[in-house]
Design a protein around this ligand. Structure first.
Ligand SMILES: Cc1cc2nc3c(=O)[nH]c(=O)nc-3n(C[C@H](O)[C@H](O)[C@H](O)COP(=O)(O)OP(=O)(O)OC[C@H]3O[C@@H](n4cnc5c(N)ncnc54)[C@H](O)[C@@H]3O)c2cc1C
Length: 372
């Protein structure tokens, strides 16, 4: 029977990242049920990197992983993984207090934030109806992430270091006996010292297949569409209405628009609802002078949250050898380089980096015990 040190369940960005950081020192097998690695949430994101939309653990993990994105190892990617775009956040009538509180709270950690007047807003987004805007904040640090470049870089690096990735292989369950896992994957059986649960919305399902108590993960559906606005939208920054969560930004030459919905869902192949798409169109046409004639593409994906809405990377407290890597919510792409690295360090008991300590990141703060 085949034996691996670590069996990673889930080939999205979370599984790929931890597999990448583990493969140089451990025999890793990553399995993905779908025929492609980015079929679920990792292939459905808005590709944003931001330092000011999060606080606490998520923010720290995102910042810890930033140097990797700025300067990945040679050969990891054939073009830069980040491109600076900026982010305009604005508040409508009634949202002034929320915007002021956000600005006051976020400014010390994000000294680049500036408050803009209507004229300055028009200079950045001429088609925004500035008469509706009561507050506007500009974050120059917001970036576009090359999601596919990052995901493929992790998978390529994992294989180059001797690890194995298999798509179209479902994890069916495992029992722990004799100090190791006896797992069923597709038609095959194998043994593993550690199982990493990187199954996204199915995190609790995979745990239960191993006899591990669920963490109470909550997948929430988010919808998006793209359309051709009639001009080249390349480089349009991320533009967010702070009250509803509605946002739009460039996606190559077209615009990506999302109502910012977060509807609780069972784990599934999420599909966009007509209602959510209509809300997004209505918001865009109300807040800008743009009109949506025809959508180019539309989709929905599941952002999966823990109870405190921060990610978890750690061994289950009850079941030896079961490692959770879940709950990345709306930041799983931008946090993958940081969280994947720290998850691998916890698994291998490698030293804890000083840069993580400086951000108050500890193995305890990432542990599933935090959200039990
Ligand atoms: C509309 C939208 C916009 C977003 N925008 C951003 C953004 O701008 N920036 C950002 O950082 N994040 C964003 N996110 C969040 C980000 O996409 C997620 O946090 C991230 O993709 C989660 O990655 P994952 O690997 O955990 O999950 P997934 O990509 O879903 O991967 C989990 C994988 O596990 C597999 N799996 C499940 N069960 C099994 C099994 N039994 N056997 C084998 N395989 C299994 C699934 O098939 C799946 O492929 C957005 C999400 C959405 C939906």
């Amino acid at each position: 029977m085949k034996h691996v040190d670590v069996l990673v369940v889930g080939g999205g960005i979370a599984g790929a990242s931890v597999g990448y950081f583990l493969a140089p020192s451990r025999r890793v097998l990553l399995i993905e049920r779908e025929s492609g690695y980015g079929y679920h949430t990792s292939g459905r994101s808005a590709a944003e990197w931001t330092s000011c939309h999060f606080d606490g653990i998520m923010r720290a993990v995102v910042l810890y992983g930033r140097p990797f994105l700025d300067a990945p190892p040679a050969g990891f990617a054939d073009r830069p993984l980040l491109e600076r775009r900026g982010n305009l956040m604005f508040a409508l009538e009634g949202g002034e207090e929320q915007a002021d509180a956000f600005y006051a709270q976020a400014l010390p950690d994000n000294p680049g934030l500036v408050s803009l007047n209507a004229e300055e807003v028009r200079a950045i987004v001429p088609y925004l109806r500035t008469e509706l805007i009561r507050r506007a904040i500009w974050d120059p640090e917001n970036c576009e992430i090359d999601v596919d470049g990052l995901h493929q870089g992790f998978l390529r690096g994992l294989r180059a270091a001797g690890g194995e990735t298999r798509a179209g292989v479902e994890f069916l369950g495992a029992e722990r006996t004799g100090g190791m896992w006896h797992a069923r994957i597709g038609e095959e059986r194998l043994t593993a010292d550690v199982i990493v649960d990187a199954a996204g919305a199915w995190g609790d399902t995979v745990a239960q297949l191993c006899g591990v108590a669920p963490l109470g993960l909550e997948p929430r559906r988010r919808t998006a569409f793209t359309y051709d606005p009639g001009f080249d939208a390349t480089g349009v920054p991320a533009i967010d209405e702070m009250g509803s969560g509605f946002y739009f930004k460039s996606s190559g030459p077209v615009l990506l628009v999302s109502p910012g919905d977060q509807t609780p869902s069972v784990p599934c192949d999420a599909q966009p609802e007509e209602y959510d798409l209509a809300v997004a169109v209505d918001q865009l046409e109300t807040l800008t002078t743009l009109q949506v004639q025809k959508m180019k593409s539309r989709w929905a994906g599941l952002r999966t949250f823990t109870r405190d809405e921060h990610p978890v990377a750690g061994f289950d407290e009850q079941t030896p050898g079961f490692f959770w890597l879940v709950g990345q919510g709306g930041g799983g792409i931008m946090s993958a380089s940081g969280l994947g690295d720290l998850a691998a360090r916890i698994i291998t008991a490698d030293g804890w980096p000083e840069s993580a300590q400086r951000l108050n990141l500890t193995a305890e703060s990432l542990s599933p015990a935090r959200v039990r």
